[in-house]
Design a protein around this ligand. Structure first.
Ligand SMILES: Cc1cc2nc3c(=O)[nH]c(=O)nc-3n(C[C@H](O)[C@H](O)[C@H](O)COP(=O)(O)OP(=O)(O)OC[C@H]3O[C@@H](n4cnc5c(N)ncnc54)[C@H](O)[C@@H]3O)c2cc1C
Length: 456
């Protein structure tokens, strides 16, 4: 019997994961990627002993699933584990960087929060629980539970770090479900976190989250996935038509090397939601997907700068620093790349990966390199005591960097479920659905492969 055939449109980490999942289930897979390279927003540039990530700095592993997948790619020995010092995180306040407190003693003495702010935060367990049917913004939720200081100096920088997002727009239940779920289950973030930890310990169910990358950077994950799909990925592919066939999908595409028109049992669409309306989809499907255009994306520029160690005053003893909006700086944050992982800078040098723009200041993301560098350097001199000029520079710009899970996002989730119910041989995957992090993209891609293979 012939293998079933699947076509995956989009070769970012979501599409590649779905393709590998389908291949592992015995499908003949074709991946159509419009660019000459796969990986989407993930890539690593190595130059003069420095490594710069195009954006995605690392993978936060929170369950065995992603780790098992990485193992299955043969990458176990290529994992770069983050150094223990990265557990220390910094946020800025009063123009200075302050360690984020990790215990009760540190919380009492931190200058990250005011005295009144701390008292307000400690009252959180007694604050009324949110209506489970409601969909508050991160700002509403944080102000209600933690007070203004908790919003401005905890949730605001955190959301800048994950989404480059606006706390007034992001939905807490969708953008940061851990806090929402703790409140819904236990009535409080603080009390809930302690109870949930106790329960997990009692059940022997503790997976220690870890932050990883790969020895050659995040690009190594992509090149290994490409290798696994060797011959199956069609680069520079232009899709001419996608039509419904009797038992699947009739897809016509071409690139400089080949043209093809074939019937596929399964179709996986793995492009960002902003690209859906550019695909030549059948009219009914296109109309159903049209509202997804309203999902916003934050524009972000990633500017990695390398310095001689002696030119940076700060110890760089942590993961990096995130900047609350109230601080009126230019960057969203700066990651201490060469502290987190080995081999990110040559001997005697350090790298700082700086993020600019987001929903907070989209115009800054779109500035030219020279202007942007000036603003970044202004912040770095103030925050980290940078004295000299950079000896390495690498910039990337993403107009549609990170999908925003804003208030009302449930409408889009329901729509995607309805579309897949209507078209059982179709799956929609991508960072605009069920998590923007790399591990979510991998797990969602694999889950889509399992679901669709059971249906066709
Ligand atoms: C600046 C930045 C920093 C980040 N940092 C982290 C981090 O540290 N940790 C983390 O876990 N996550 C991070 N993320 C998020 C994570 O990297 C992304 O959510 C994830 O990589 C998105 O993968 P994707 O496959 O869904 O989409 P994309 O990477 O956007 O891939 C989509 C692919 O589809 C292709 N495509 C588009 N249109 C077509 C078409 N018409 N035909 C064919 N192909 C098409 C594109 O060329 C692209 O290759 C970051 C993201 C950014 C932008």
């Amino acid at each position: 019997m012939e293998n079933k055939k699947a076509i995956v449109i989009g070769g970012g980490v979501s599409g590649l994961s779905a393709a590998i999942g389908l291949k592992n289930r015995g499908f003949d897979v074709t991946v159509l990627e419009k660019n000459p390279r796969a990986g989407g927003v993930i890539a690593t540039v190595s130059k003069d002993g420095f490594k710069a990530e195009s954006g995605t700095n690392s993978v936060m592993i929170q369950s065995r699933k992603t780790l098992d997948f990485i193992d299955s790619l043969g990458l176990k020995d290529r994992i770069a584990y983050s150094k223990p010092v990265q557990k220390k995180r910094y946020f800025a306040r009063y123009g200075k960087i302050r360690a984020v407190p990790t215990g009760p003693f540190a919380f009492l003495f931190t200058r990250l929060f005011t005295f009144c702010g701390k008292i307000r935060m400690l009252m959180e367990p007694w604050v009324e629980k949110e209506d489970p049917e409601s969909d508050p913004s991160v700002s509403e939720f944080a102000c209600h539970r933690l007070g203004r200081d908790g919003l401005d100096y905890a949730l605001n920088p955190l959301m800048a770090g994950i989404y480059g997002g606006s706390t007034d727009k992001l939905s807490i239940r969708h953008a940061f479900p851990p806090f929402w779920n703790l409140v819904q289950k236990y009535g409080s973030i603080i009390g809930g976190a302690m109870k949930s930890m106790k329960e997990k310990k009692a059940a022997g169910n503790i997976f220690k989250p870890m932050v990883i990358s790969f020895k050659d950077g995040m690009g190594e994950l992509i090149s290994t996935m490409e290798e696994r799909l060797k011959g199956d990925i069609k680069y520079n592919a232009k899709i001419i038509s996608i039509d419904m066939a009797e038992n699947g999908w009739n897809v016509e595409w071409g690139n400089k090397i080949e043209d093809s028109a074939d019937i596929y049992d399964a179709l996986v669409i793995a492009v960002p939601s902003t690209e859906l309306n550019t695909l030549p989809l059948p009219g009914t499907l296109s109309a159903m997907l049209a509202p997804l255009k309203r999902i916003e994306y934050a524009p972000v520029a990633t500017y990695t700068l390398g310095f001689r160690r002696e030119d940076v005053g700060h110890k760089l003893d942590g993961f990096g620093v995130l900047i609350p909006e109230k601080e009126n700086m230019h960057i969203l944050g700066s990651l201490f790349q060469s502290t987190i992982f080995d081999n990110r800078a040559p001997e005697g040098c350090v790298t700082l990966t700086n993020y600019v723009g987001g929903m907070r200041s989209p115009k800054l993301a779109r500035l030219g390199a020279e202007e942007q560098e000036k603003l970044i350097m202004e912040d770095l001199r103030k925050l980290l005591g940078v004295k000299g000029e950079p000896v390495f520079k690498q910039r990337f710009f993403w107009e549609h960097a990170i999908a925003q899970y804003n208030v009302g996002y449930q409408e889009f989730l329901d729509l995607m479920d309805n579309v897949e119910a209507e078209f059982p041989s179709l799956a929609l995957v991508g960072s605009y659905r069920n998590g923007v992090g790399v591990s979510s993209c991998i797990e969602n891609g694999l889950a889509a492969a399992a679901k669709i293979s059971a249906r066709v």
